[in-house]
Structure formats: structure tokens, C-alpha cells
Design a protein around this ligand. Structure first.
Ligand SMILES: [Zn+2]
Length: 143
């Protein structure tokens, strides 16, 4: 990209610390919030499901497994987009058998919820991470 005065101003603004002296710029504040939100969401999903959601499994060494990847920011902390799976079923089954995993999810969610998830994936939304963090903290307190 050509470094026009406007582009230079944009990069200066991006680097600008949020608070003087903290060394935190907008980008690092966002990544701290993302990490905190992911941690709270993982706890929420593992508390909600309690055991590996593969029916014959019941193990409790749980991961929070996403259906659509975390790259989809509007689904990243959406309860229907994640479930608790044990280490084995997450990494050696869901990630390695995408067709079987999709069929499993369709059965688990039912057609309506599955279609809603697909629809939501394609909608562009602005997410207020601080609001999601507040909601997750509240949810995790209840359990
Ligand atoms: Zn399992």
C-alpha cells in the first residue's frame, strides 16, 4: 500500500498506546480481551456439557470444540457453535473426520438450530467483546 499521509496517520493511530506509559496499543488490548473471552467461553462450555458429548464416551478431560472455527468472530462465543469433547474426540475424531463430525452435529442440534448456525455464519456482526466477557462471567458464576 502506498504510504500516503492518510495511510501514515492510520498506522500512527494503530500504534498509539491506549494509556500513556502502559505500552498497550489497540491491537494488544484486543488480543488480551480475545484471550480472556476464549478462556471464559471454554469454561462455560465445559461446565454446561460436563462430559464428552460423544454418546459412548463420557470422559471428563474436556476441550471446548468449535463447530465453525474461531475465525468466524460472530460465532466464536455463540453457545450453539461449541461443545465439550474429550481430547481424543476433539483432535483425533472431529478434526480428522469432518464428514462424520458434521453429521453428528446435525443430529445433535437438529435441523433448525443447525440452519440457524449456518445463517449466522454468513451475517456480518459487530461484537462487543467486553459485553461478551461480562455475560460469560455472569454465566460462570451461576454454575
Ligand atoms: Zn470423548
Amino acid at each position: 500500500m502506498k504510504r500516503t499521509p492518510l495511510v501514515r496517520k492510520f498506522y500512527r493511530m494503530k500504534r498509539k498506546p491506549i494509556k500513556r506509559g502502559t505500552g498497550l496499543n489497540r491491537k494488544s488490548v484486543r488480543s488480551i480481551l480475545l484471550r480472556e473471552c476464549d478462556k471464559l467461553f471454554s469454561l462455560y462450555i465445559r461446565n454446561r456439557d460436563k462430559v464428552c458429548q460423544v454418546l459412548t464416551c463420557n470422559k471428563t478431560n474436556l476441550h471446548c470444540a468449535h463447530i465453525f472455527s474461531r475465525r468466524n468472530i460472530n460465532l466464536r462465543w455463540y453457545p450453539d457453535n461449541a461443545l465439550a469433547l474429550c481430547y481424543y474426540h476433539h483432535l483425533h475424531w472431529a478434526h480428522k473426520e469432518p464428514i462424520l463430525f458434521t453429521e453428528f452435529i446435525k443430529r445433535k442440534l437438529g435441523e433448525r438450530r443447525f440452519n440457524k448456525l449456518l445463517l449466522k455464519k454468513n451475517i456480518i456482526e459487530t461484537i462487543d467483546i467486553k459485553l461478551v466477557i461480562a455475560w460469560l462471567k455472569d454465566e460462570n458464576k451461576r454454575r
